[in-house]
Design a protein around this ligand. Structure first.
Ligand SMILES: [Zn+2]
Length: 266
């Protein structure tokens, strides 16, 4: 019995240590400008996506009606304005936040959507893609997170398929921090413009963060044209994270607009 008790208390300590150890959680927290200890969440089991809304009161939006990602189909063509991009190069500031690899982008780059300026804050990856198109999933997805003066987000989703090596991603994928909370600041240049396909046709809809707290503050812009990365590049990410994708969420009557005409890069 005593042994049983010790084992139980050890388990308790372990659980506490795990909770503390993982409490830096917060790709989304950082995006939403939140601080402090985020509750533990993950992609499997009791901490997995179907439980996010119940893990903490802060995550109630995860049970909302305008959640992301979604399966993109039944789109309607709309006379949308092109997005204007003004991206400058950034130093490589890369972190493994325990949920993904995130690159924090230097200030001064951004996009204009419907006349509103959004600053590029960071980009990060999911494996496999979170958005699907006509039910098709892609090898990975890059999310470039932009924030406006009101704290609302415009996130560009870049679908990634296996193919040729992608030189624009070389610096990032050669320097992936392997351990949770590991950070690297390197004298390597990243150019956001090169991370996107040349053809900037896009799908757009109103959605949410795809990680807790799932805030419904995101104008999603998923680019129609996938980019390629080599199997080796994708494998480098998979060694650290795999299946860090939230399943697709119900559309609940939202419309997905498509800007069919290719917008030239820049
Ligand atoms: Zn994301």
């Amino acid at each position: 019995m005593i042994i049983g008790k010790i084992a139980a208390s050890k388990r308790g300590l372990l659980a506490a240590a795990l909770t503390l150890g993982i409490s830096f959680c917060g790709a989304a927290g950082a995006v939403a400008g939140e601080h402090g200890h985020a509750p533990h969440w993950g992609y499997e089991g009791e901490a997995g996506p179907s439980h996010w809304g119940d893990i903490s009161k802060d995550n109630e939006a995860c049970k909302g009606k305008s959640q992301s990602p979604i399966n993109i189909e039944g789109t309607s063509e709309a006379p949308l304005a092109d997005i204007s991009f003004s991206y400058k190069p950034s130093k490589l500031n890369i972190i493994n936040n325990g949920h993904t690899i995130q690159v924090n982008y230097d200030k001064g780059s951004g996009i204009k959507v419907d006349g509103v300026d959004y600053e590029l804050v960071q980009f990060h990856f999911h494996d496999p893609s979170e958005h699907t198109v006509g039910g098709k999933s892609f090898a990975m997805e890059n999310h470039l997170v932009h924030k406006n003066a009101d704290g609302k987000l415009a996130v560009i989703g870049v679908l990634i398929e296996a193919g040729a090596e992608n030189a624009a991603y070389k610096g990032v994928f050669a320097n992936l921090p392997k351990k949770a909370n590991e950070k690297k600041e390197l004298d390597v240049t990243v150019i956001a413009d090169d991370l996107l396909p040349k053809d900037r046709a896009f799908y757009t809809y109103a959605g949410s963060l795809t990680t807790p707290p799932c805030s419904e503050i995101v104008t999603w812009i998923v680019l129609k044209t996938p980019i390629q990365m080599s199997k080796k590049q994708i494998a480098a990410f998979k060694k650290i994270f795999r299946n860090n994708n939230r399943p697709v969420q119900p559309l609940n009557g939202r419309t997905i607009k498509v800007k069919a005409a290719a917008a030239a890069a820049k």
